[in-house]
Design a protein around this ligand. Sequence first.
Ligand SMILES: *[C@@H]1O[C@H](CO)[C@@H](O)[C@H](O)[C@H]1NC(C)=O
Length: 414
Amino acid sequence: MSGLTILVFMLWILKGAPSNMWEIKLPQKIDAISGFCVHIPCQFEIPDSFKPLLSQSAEALWKKTDIEGATVFSSARKTTSLLNGNVIGNILNNNCTTVFHNFPAGFGDTYFFRLQGHENLKYTFKQGVRITVHEDVLPPVLNPHAQVLEVLEGTKLTVSCSTVISCPSVQPLMQWNTQLEELLPPALQKDEVGQTLLVSSQMFNATPLNDQFKISCSLLYMQGTKTPAESSITLRVLYAPRNTIALVSPSGVLSEGSVVTLRCQSDANPAVQRYEWYKYNGNGKLELQNQGQTITMTAGVDVQGLYVCKVYNNRGIDQSKAVSVSINGCHCSIAPYIICGFLMLSLILITAVDLVKYKSLLKRLQASENTRGLMTYASLHKTSDSVYNVIQPRANRSEDDYENRHLSKQQSSS
Ligand SMILES: *[C@@H]1O[C@H](CO)[C@@H](O)[C@H](O)[C@H]1NC(C)=O
């Protein structure tokens, strides 16, 4: 649309010099604020044959409603004109730019420019400008023009705020509610029809932190009693799940048979569409257990282990850190078995060694008793020997020495 306007304007300029046309360039519409002035940028073109008839004294008139309508302003009869104003452009330069002061509330209409020079240079231009009078200040225009703006995370965004300054002598203060990454402060620009715009822009990268963020731009008029006008955009930033955590309830070591609940929490936009629970198997691999944000299980041997939750939305996937479910009363740990087994084995070994020693001693004893024929005495002594022998390993001295000496003592005493 604006491209087309520019093209038409360029063609208009190109053919500008030798012209046989009555042409006028005006904004299509102007939003005026009642009581404020109205600045009408205006440029006209007349056929070459009429150019000698144009002088500084040419009268500039404005008609209302249609080209045959009532004259509401004349540069020659300003004091009797309905509208109070001035043609600020130089007519000799084809510039009909006009300012109306204190534009009245009831005067919203289409206005047509009429030129009255010498002889038959009297013409009302066919194209008019529609002036709408507003009681209050119009809110600025935000671009992109949307109440809610949906963007993907990481999108580089430019939000611009603009307003047409319909009365340059009363310029508003343009303010943002927040300053994002990069700010182009308010500055005046001219559009292709010569209207003055006040424009400011902000540039930033959309992050999850900007979600639900409201960006607003307001216009504040220092003159008069106009209330500030504001426009805003609410951002909706779409992002993959993040900050995903798995929670075990109740926490700590659970007693066997009790109910345990796993709950998965995540931040995602749009909200998480699927929750999956995985458990580490014996090979350290994740195995899908269940689906749902919350899963409930009865604590048992098979339930104990490390769990991970995976979450999905249409932007991506996230995964929690592993959480542990531990159960008390379930002798799932092998450590006690190892200790217990080791102790039992040691006991068996000690007993076996002692048994072997006892048997060899008994043999030797019997052999010596037999040779001496002291059977009764030896059998009596055997008991004491075996008792002594059991105690003996704790002694520091060599067993054989002790036994030998003991035996020799017995022998000598007998
Ligand atoms: C017409 O006159 C106005 C007021 O003096 C001026 O601001 C504007 O730039 C002029 N337009 C052109 C095209 O020269």
